[in-house]
Design a protein around this ligand. Structure first.
Ligand SMILES: NC(=O)c1ccc[n+]([C@@H]2O[C@H](COP(=O)([O-])OP(=O)(O)OC[C@H]3O[C@@H](n4cnc5c(N)ncnc54)[C@H](O)[C@@H]3O)[C@@H](O)[C@H]2O)c1
Length: 351
């Protein structure tokens, strides 16, 4: 039975989001829960402690007090120093990305935490708790891609009179990929969208979101990437490790100073040469190509991202707190009774 809900401050590098805005906390209070908000948790997103107090939350001074709640809701997967708060009767609701975090999965199992992941919750064929952040991350990919091209090859996405626009390749035309394509098209780049799902390609083609589409294959990706100024990786198989689609030899074939933004890095990355980076140290170069592989991209637009995330998770959180076995939340459940119970996640972890 869930009586208290904890909202700790985020601690991942450069993470300024908060999982619930005050209006969402109000819904929890109205549903009869005590909500413990760590002091300053909403500051990065522009929400003060007084805003939370005004809707009935209790402000607590320490992370430990927020984590002492029956159910803890947060944005990013618990960082290593937060694992000390894990305990048998804890319910956790957050992004977990366990396929890429085997040690976190083990820590949750060993402690007996009941952990629900935002990113695996499926509803009507979509991922409603991943989509809002994929939207923000996709839009951001176009912005950071354009930014690092200035630092690298010096190519401007839209080109100029007498100079053709830049070539952008988006691998995976789901929510994140579509928004990245729209962002790049908005800056007048030439955008090729690649997906394994022909319906996605048709939709992007019909809506004019991309200038060209390609059915996903190693050959097609290799050819497109060799000619690209900016590659955005956004392919996902729900719960699984990201498929490696852009191979090292493809990266080697790119012009020096070109840019790769691998959004799928939170699931291990769909670019072979990608490894996780942080907001403090967002890029590195391999084969002369700038790689931007930040695992919490929306953290840099905390106001918009927090409001979007909060709106998506609040109704689910209220249902979860009322009934941990609510069938609506079944696909979110990743760890229970010391086991990884989500079949794709378990598979990805070799369990
Ligand atoms: N780095 C970040 O901060 C951040 C933020 C938000 C989302 N993401 C990540 O972005 C990724 C995409 O998320 P989404 O919500 O857009 O997912 P989505 O399910 O909406 O889209 C994924 C797309 O990948 C396609 N795909 C799967 N296998 C493919 C293949 N072999 N070749 C080509 N395309 C393939 C699917 O058909 C689908 O269209 C996820 O890994 C997500 O976690 C990262």
């Amino acid at each position: 039975m869930i009586r208290t809900i904890g909202l700790p401050a985020e601690t991942k590098d450069g993470e300024r989001r908060v999982a619930l805005e005050p209006s969402a906390v109000k819904s929890c209070v109205q549903a009869g829960h005590d909500v413990l908000v760590q002091a300053g948790a909403g500051r990065g997103a522009g929400f003060g402690d007084a805003d939370y107090e005004a809707v009935g939350a209790k402000i607590v001074a320490s992370a430990q007090e927020a984590w002492s709640a029956d159910l803890v809701v947060k944005v990013k997967e618990p960082q290593r120093h937060e694992w000390a708060y894990f305990r048998r009767d804890l319910v956790l609701f957050a992004y977990l990305h366990l396929a890429a975090e085997p040690e976190l999965a083990r820590a949750l199992m060993d402690a007996g935490v009941r952990a629900y992941a935002f990113e695996t919750l499926e509803e009507r064929g979509g991922l409603p708790l991943l989509a809002p952040m994929s939207e923000v991350a996709g839009r951001t990919a176009a912005i950071v891609g354009a930014h690092y091209l200035a630092q690298g090859s010096g190519v401007l996405l839209g080109g100029s009179a007498g100079v053709p626009p830049a070539r952008v390749v988006v691998v995976g035309l789901g929510v994140a990929g579509t928004m990245a394509a729209r962002g790049a098209r908005g800056m007048d780049a030439e955008v090729t969208g690649i997906d394994i799902d022909l319906h996605r390609l048709m939709e992007a083609h019909e809506r004019g979101i991309v200038t060209a589409t390609l059915a996903s294959s190693e050959h097609a990706i290799g050819e497109a990437v060799a000619d690209a100024d900016l590659v955005v990786g956004a392919a996902l198989v729900t719960g699984a490790k990201a498929p490696k689609l852009v191979l090292e030899e493809h990266v080697r074939s790119m012009r020096p100073g070109s840019v790769i933004v691998d959004l799928a890095i939170d699931q291990g990355g769909c670019v072979e040469t990608a490894r996780p980076t942080s907001h403090s140290n967002p890029i590195y170069e391999t084969h002369g190509v700038i790689h931007y592989c930040v695992t919490n991209v929306p953290g840099q637009y905390p106001r918009t991202a927090s409001r979007a995330l909060s709106a998506a998770i609040a109704p689910k959180l209220v249902r979860l707190a009322a009934n941990l076995d609510d069938p609506l939340l079944a696909t979110a459940l990743n760890v229970a009774d010391g086991r990884v119970v989500h079949p794709t996640v378990a598979d990805a972890l070799g369990l």
